[in-house]
Design a protein around this ligand. Structure first.
Ligand code: ZN
Ligand code: FE
Length: 255
């Protein structure tokens, strides 16, 4: 009996790796094709996919840092046919790339059409992948180290103005979009935000929820665009100058 069912990918799963990284997997119901986002390492990802009968079809990279690309070579040994999709402008810093993409481009992923978003700031050529909702799944955002739950990435290569614009672009996505950011930094981010804005009820309430999740060793990811608009000081920042000031406070903060 052949399995003729071919459904669009309607699930995102998260695999915690290293100290605080997450690798994300886009897949459907049951065995079939899968897409992996920002594989820091390979072994736990290979084991996770094999356990579920999933075949790797593509690897997405949001940026060139090692904790987002380190697992690619070993994944390609196991699935040599997999596409490697990353910023065309980062061809030199992201090896094994088979498909270079730019902000504004559509991208076919497992019978869904994603949008590539250019989000410079953390690095010069950082990109994000937005999956609009379908009939049987909501919207998803894979934003690497640009937007964090309650925070934003450090400005290694971009200006505060660029990061401000990148965050505003992400914050303009539909409110119920799930935000899959690549690190479990949420508790620290919100502790800092609560110290920065004492008396902010939305931040205080979220901090309590996040601390409860962490006590139970549960991930705080995914977040949502609505939650980030309400509680993320970097998203709430009115302009680049305000973001610069917040980034300075955060970088010096010892919580
Ligand atoms: Zn990074
Ligand atoms: Fe990172």
């Amino acid at each position: 009996m052949q399995q003729a069912r071919s459904t669009a990918a309607n699930r995102v799963s998260l695999i915690p790796v290293l100290h605080d990284n997450y690798v994300f997997v886009l897949h459907g119901d049951g065995p079939g094709a899968a897409v992996v986002v920002d594989p820091a390492v390979a072994e736990p990802v290979i084991a996770w996919l094999e356990e579920r009968g999933l075949e790797l079809e593509a690897i997405l990279h949001t940026h060139h840092h090692h904790d987002h690309i380190g697992g690619a070579p070993q994944l390609l040994q196991r699935w040599p046919q997999a596409a490697v999709i990353a910023s065309a402008a980062d061809r030199e810093r992201i090896p094994h790339q088979t498909q270079g993409v730019r902000g504004g481009e559509p991208l076919q992923l497992l019978a869904r059409t994603a949008q590539v978003l250019a989000v410079p700031g953390h690095t010069a050529h950082h990109i994000a992948f937005y999956l609009p909702p379908t009939a049987d799944d909501g919207g998803h955002l894979f934003c690497g180290d640009t937007l964090f739950a309650g925070g934003c990435g450090r400005l290694f290569e971009g200006t505060p103005e660029q990061m401000h614009q990148s965050l505003q672009q992400l914050a303009a996505l539909p409110a119920d979009t799930l935000v899959w950011c690549a690190h479990e930094y949420t508790a620290g981010n919100l502790r800092w935000a609560a110290a920065e804005q004492p008396g902010d009820a939305a931040i205080a309430a979220r901090l309590q929820e996040v601390l409860t999740l962490r006590e139970r060793q549960q991930p705080t990811i995914p977040s949502s665009i609505a939650l980030e608009r309400a509680t993320n000081l970097f998203v709430r920042a009115a302009d680049g100058a305000t973001l610069r000031q917040l980034r300075g406070h955060k970088d010096l903060w010892k919580g």
